[in-house]
Design a protein around this ligand. Structure first.
Ligand SMILES: [Zn+2]
Length: 337
């Protein structure tokens, strides 16, 4: 679907250096017709793409190349209705969360039109790796013969999921996790006292936007409750079916991500109790003692089961059945020794 949400035009401070380098490319006409923006989740790749699109469509950008925020173009951008910007994302009700070929073709077709407001047309696809093979091949044809004054922005945290032929047609910009201090300063400003910035940032592996999301959605509390359920199943103090029922209210993809993180941390701690890197550093103590009977080989097999379920987690999956089967197996594994 094409996003009609307003664009956020506030620059993120830690992206200043990559912003300056892209601006230098714009000024010297070295920005090509396709830019692949990569980097970890939650650091502002999409915000960067939005800002770049806005800057290129703004009638009177500032000396830093930022959108002015007041011209007619900026007003249209802020309303999410600029005719020369199209942002393609997976359909909300899509079972597979794929971006399909007809969606890409519709954009490529619209490229034949000239920019309505005379500057250029910007197309953004995020996450680009959500394009299925046919969709990516449709895009490839367009990238091979780009129309004048068009820019394609592909946003991806997993660029390996894109065909090499598409990647090779793009300039690449890799954004990094910001320095901890800068991330914490920004996050604390956003939280305005509502949340423990340092802890959130730790859980989000330093990705500030991800940390802010965790705070905003009450996800941290849900995650704690979910882990307590997993612990209770491992000690046998709670019926797995009751925990599966309690997890019903949560989004399955999220629960499976958490579950994969906990189980992989548990396996790491089993090998080395002092292991430095954990996916869930804040839950080290709980994870070190969970499922004492877990045998490593079976644990890894279980982890693969979670990943497989994650790959298929869609809006139509039977959550109750999925959680029941995973938790019943977890109960067995926890006590198998
Ligand atoms: Zn403007």
């Amino acid at each position: 679907m094409i996003l009609a949400e307003p664009l956020s035009l506030a620059p993120l401070p830690w992206l200043d250096a990559p912003w300056q380098s892209v601006q230098a490319a714009v000024r010297t006409d070295r920005l090509g017709h396709a830019l692949l923006i990569t980097g970890p989740a939650g650091i502002g790749k999409r915000r960067f793409a939005d800002l770049l699109a806005a800057a290129l469509l703004c009638a009177q950008p500032t000396s830093d190349g930022l959108p002015c925020g007041t011209c007619e173009d900026c007003r249209l951008l802020a309303a999410g209705s600029h005719p020369d910007l199209a942002r393609l994302v997976p359909d909300e009700d899509s079972k597979t969360r794929e971006i399909k070929a007809d969606q890409v073709r519709a954009l490529c077709g619209s490229q034949a039109m000239t920019s309505s407001r005379g500057r250029r047309a910007v197309y953004c696809i995020a996450p680009a790796e959500a394009m299925n093979t046919v969709a990516a091949n449709s895009l490839l044809k367009t990238l091979e013969e780009p129309a004048a004054a068009t820019l394609w922005l592909l946003v991806s945290e997993a660029p390996g999921g894109l065909p090499a032929t598409v990647r090779s047609r793009c300039q690449r910009l890799t954004l990094a996790v910001p320095p901890a201090e800068a991330a914490l300063r920004w996050l604390n400003e956003q939280l305005a006292g509502k949340g423990d910035g340092a802890r959130l940032l730790d859980i989000a592996h330093g990705a500030p936007l991800r940390a802010l999301e965790l705070a905003a959605e009450g996800q941290l509390e849900a995650r704690t409750r979910c882990l307590q359920g997993l612990e209770a199943v491992s000690t046998g103090s709670t019926d797995p079916l009751a925990v599966a029922q309690a997890w019903q209210s949560l989004e399955p993809g999220l629960v499976l991500d958490w579950l994969a993180g906990w189980v992989s941390d548990r396996l790491r701690l089993g090998v080395d109790p002092g292991v430095k890197h954990l996916t869930n550093p804040d839950q080290r103590r709980a994870l070190a003692s969970i499922a004492p009977g877990l045998e490593p080989r079976q644990g890894h097999h279980y982890l693969r089961q979670i990943y497989a379920a994650r790959a298929q987690a869609t809006s139509t999956v039977n959550k109750q059945l999925l959680f029941e089967s995973l938790l019943l197996r977890w109960a067995q594994l926890s006590r198998s020794a």
